[in-house]
Ligand binder design. Structure first.
Ligand SMILES: [Zn+2]
Length: 193
């Protein structure tokens, strides 16, 4: 799996130009059909996304090209999940968050619990990214909880990536930095800057 931009035509151009690299061996990725369609919910609307698939010309592994609007195995758009994490970091409860975002509170609770389990890991991971991209960053200011510290570190990493490489709309940089695994069971923390 590789995180790509949300513009399908641009992804096709990158594939045609052999400009996408295999995340395992950095070989050239070639077009290889499509992944299965998946629903994406965002603020009351549901669309269907059919990510492109690719195959490495060197190691022959296939990789889904996941748009940076989504997380692995999550039906809700990353901007919605991100808004919930931000709201929790400022002390909002899951019921209110759910009502505001049009998501069942149990779903919100699931996201928050999942993120909280690995919050310390994400804090360290995002801080490493932030620092690798901008060595001038000073120490991180405590935000009041491990959860809020992790969300704050995400913000620092996104800021550093934006300064270095330019903006990605929405939470696009978070998809890249977490390799789509912000709420995954298994660790994607090995994805180094
Ligand atoms: Zn490869």
């Amino acid at each position: 799996m590789l995180i790509v931009g949300r513009d399908r035509a641009a992804v096709e151009q990158l594939l045609a130009a052999r400009a996408l690299q295999c995340p395992h061996c950095r070989g050239e990725l070639r077009p290889w059909g499509s992944a299965r369609p998946r629903p994406v919910r965002e603020l009351g609307t549901e669309t269907v996304c059919t990510p492109r698939r690719s195959r490495c010309a060197s190691c022959e592994k296939t990789h889904v090209l996941l748009p940076d609007t989504m997380l692995l195995r999550r039906r809700d758009a990353l901007v919605v999940i991100g808004a919930a994490l931000l709201a929790k970091a400022t002390g909002e409860g899951s019921r209110l968050i759910g009502r505001r975002l049009g998501v069942h509170p149990d779903t919100v609770r699931g996201w928050l619990r999942r993120f909280a389990l690995r919050a310390e890991g994400w804090r360290a991971h995002c801080w490493a990214w932030a620092h690798a991209l901008d060595a001038s960053l000073g120490p991180i200011a405590p935000a009041g909880s491990v959860f809020a510290d992790a969300v704050s570190a995400i913000g620092l990493a996104v800021g550093a990536a934006t300064r270095r490489f330019g903006p990605r709309p929405g939470w696009g940089w978070v998809a890249v930095i977490s390799a789509g695994g912000l709420l995954a069971n298994t660790s994607t923390l090995s994805i180094a800057p």
